[in-house]
Design a protein around this ligand. Structure first.
Ligand SMILES: Nc1ncnc2c1ncn2[C@@H]1O[C@H](COP(=O)(O)OP(=O)(O)OP(=O)(O)O)[C@@H](O)[C@H]1O
Length: 204
């Protein structure tokens, strides 16, 4: 654990799952404030919501941690302790009330519910959607990335399928493919396996 994450009402825990870099030792290569080796860093992060009565309710309180590049980490904690909120802040979807956040770019976020993410009419168009912001990317490159990403999630045969005909697990795989297609430095995955069957959960 490279930091402590204090969340309300019950603390979450950050666990490293697997290092994809066998040559770098995090303790040697992780430097505060230098983005070369730090993928994600939060310092004294706080997030509160206001009730109708104007009372501020803390969701995240003084959350600080650092995650080095090239590693896979998991946030564990009970329902409602703030895991999704933390990920949304890291994704830039929600602003923290106070504190500092650094997330290496490009980054991508796969939502808990794929229905909130798959937006285009077909699988191919949906996976290509995020690549639209890279204006100088050729059509060939877009196609090649889409095929590669769909192949990685076992959905190549579904390229022309209308999104609304997919199952929940298939939509989730398409959402993951969309994130993979962008070759992100940081991939934020919220309850990635919710809609996946047991064998796909193991693959993930
Ligand atoms: N915009 C909001 N307004 C009011 N309360 C909120 C808001 N966003 C989050 N919360 C509350 O903050 C707490 C943390 O929510 P969050 O979705 O981050 O929890 P979680 O750890 O991801 O839960 P789960 O494991 O059930 O998915 C919950 O009690 C939730 O009701």
């Amino acid at each position: 654990m490279s930091g402590q994450c204090l969340l309300q009402p019950s603390p979450s825990r950050l666990f490293p799952l697997r290092s994809t870099s066998t040559t770098l030792s995090p303790s040697v290569n992780c430097r505060i404030g230098v983005s070369d080796y730090v993928a994600v860093e939060c310092r004294n992060l706080c997030f509160s919501v206001s009730t109708r009565q104007g009372i501020s309710v803390p969701i995240l309180r003084d959350c600080s941690f650092r995650i080095p590049s090239g590693q896979l980490w998991m946030v564990l904690g009970p329902n409602g302790c703030g895991k999704s909120t933390l990920l949304k802040i890291l994704a830039g979807v929600v602003n923290p009330t106070s504190g500092n956040v650094f997330v290496e770019k490009p980054k991508n976020f796969v939502f808990q519910n794929p229905d909130h993410q798959v937006v285009m009419p077909t699988v191919e168009a949906d996976v290509a959607f995020g690549l639209g912001k890279y204006h100088d990317m050729s059509q060939e490159e877009v196609k090649s990335r889409v095929i590669k990403a769909l192949d990685a999630v076992g959905m190549c045969d579904y390229m022309q399928r209308p999104i609304q005909t997919l199952s929940g697990g298939q939509k989730q795989r398409v959402a993951i493919a969309g994130a993979l297609a962008e070759s992100c430095k940081v991939l934020l995955l919220d309850e990635l396996t919710t809609f996946l069957d047991e064998s796909d959960q193991v693959k993930v």
